[in-house]
Ligand binder design. Sequence first.
Ligand SMILES: Nc1ncnc2c1ncn2[C@@H]1O[C@H](COP(=O)(O)OP(=O)(O)OP(=O)(O)O)[C@@H](O)[C@H]1O
Length: 295
Amino acid sequence: MHELKLMDVQKKYKEKEAVRQFTFTFTNGVYGLLGENGAGKTTLMRLICGILQPTNGTITCDNIRIAEMGADYRRLLGYLPQDFGYYGEFTANRFLNYMAALKALPADYVQGRIEELLELVDLKDMKNRKLKTYSGGMLRRIGIAQALLNEPEILILDEPTAGLDPKERVRFRNIISSLGKNRIVLFSTHIVSDVEYIADRILILKSGGLIGQGTESEIMNDVKGHVWQCVVPEREVQKINEKYIVSNLRNSGENVELRIISEFQPMNEAKYAEATLEDAYLYQMGKTPASIGGE
Ligand SMILES: Nc1ncnc2c1ncn2[C@@H]1O[C@H](COP(=O)(O)OP(=O)(O)OP(=O)(O)O)[C@@H](O)[C@H]1O
């Protein structure tokens, strides 16, 4: 088992601070990195993969700086970039063989490994079809398969669910869950339900800073008692929206049913409601970025 440690990691692009004071230690398990577009997820992942160098701070694997480990670190790593490129004219089988050659994997190992991976991502029957005929979900699954060719112990997946339909999301979740048992799996998303159930720990990134982290129940605990439901006339909605975090809003005749996140009862008629992970995320997003660290 490896220990991947980020200590006070900062990445600046000229004046833009894309990642700030990021401190966290990863060990085996599935980590869901949640944040809106532009939060710094891709930058953080590229730093972890050694494609970008931090402006400040250190990234170590088992107490050795990853920059010093070079090829030894790359051997541990599997990466699915957000803008994962593929050749439409290649069949899945040919593409995986090509990627295996780029990774300089031994030929006698490759064919068996490709068969295993095609089985894992449920594309065995499609292996001789050209990638240009694949759906978005199938391409993402082939992307995961190529990242797994070298049996990585650290697997980084940048927005692996982008563009997937609900059925494909479920399939993806099942694949990820099975992978987290004996490696570090870090995947990013801006969709709360992607991290539900499958991430052992959730990391919430806002403006480059880690504003919250924990298991799903730890993250939910923070918002418990702060979620309220009430029905108000439509004309009051705008005022409430300006004052509180409104996590949901549903028209009901002349009135509107609101779900409000607030540490205090927002109005006398407001009733306490059961919190969801979406509420917890919005509650955390209300906080300002500051490094809170974590194990
Ligand atoms: N090469 C670059 N030069 C300058 N600014 C950059 C560069 N790459 C990213 N940024 C900026 O850094 C911030 C973080 O970007 P990043 O791509 O890491 O976020 P993200 O959370 O992955 O977002 P998305 O999901 O939209 O890709 C953004 O404000 C982005 O505009």
